[in-house]
Design a protein. Sequence first.
Length: 270
Amino acid sequence: MNLSKTIFGTLLLILLCVNSRAQELITNESVLQMKQLEFDDFMIADKINTSDVKFDASISALSELKKAGVSSDIISLIMEKSKQNTKSRTGIYYMADDGALKMVHATVFSGTSEDAVANRLVSGFIPKMKKARLSSSQSNNIINADSPEFTFIFDPSSSQADNMQTDQGGGGYMDWWFRTATSPNEFVLVKLDVNEKRNLRELITGKSNLVSNNDGIDPKYAINFEIEEIEGNKFKVTPTDLEEGEYAFMYQGLVPNGRANQSVFDFSIR
């Protein structure tokens, strides 16, 4: 009897300590820790329902929970909470050092240019490079990892009116990209050329000559990335190892009438 009281008191103390941290972010790892401490399902569920959460509901992550003995009821709750998270603002997010998701705000092109040397060639058969410029030699989105993980959140169910919504702030950010696109496959990842002297970054957005005019990113400059579907409108994107430098995701899909694709989602790897 005394042993039972001791165990109950210990569990109650642990629960009180956990609840005292109301703003603690609960993740898959948190659930595994509570399971290892032999928390009952009602305790784990209560903690999930009264805390901020960020769950990975991918098949591989849920499999790990199941193997660890987490009950089907708790796994169902995790999946439900994960669905609620997808109602957050559409866009591209990266995992910060503190484990929180931070938005990658779009940066508007500060100007465009064409190769002046090629322009002066009489023949015109040497392609002229079209370049878009970004102000400053470094992005405001700084990531301290060579293998960053990004989360893309889309909202393809929105109406056409939603697709045409206006600037929402945050450096010219307009989320029509994520209301028109349905997959990260409609974006391309490229490394930006840095011009320290002129304090800007450049991106080749096309080339032209007398016989052709090609807009968009040349596939040979694209950087590969892996895509894992977390839910119907939420994806995990992991690029291959990135060197230190400046990078950007750029939308390559169909641009709605009335819109111009004049921004990129830029970031620095440090």
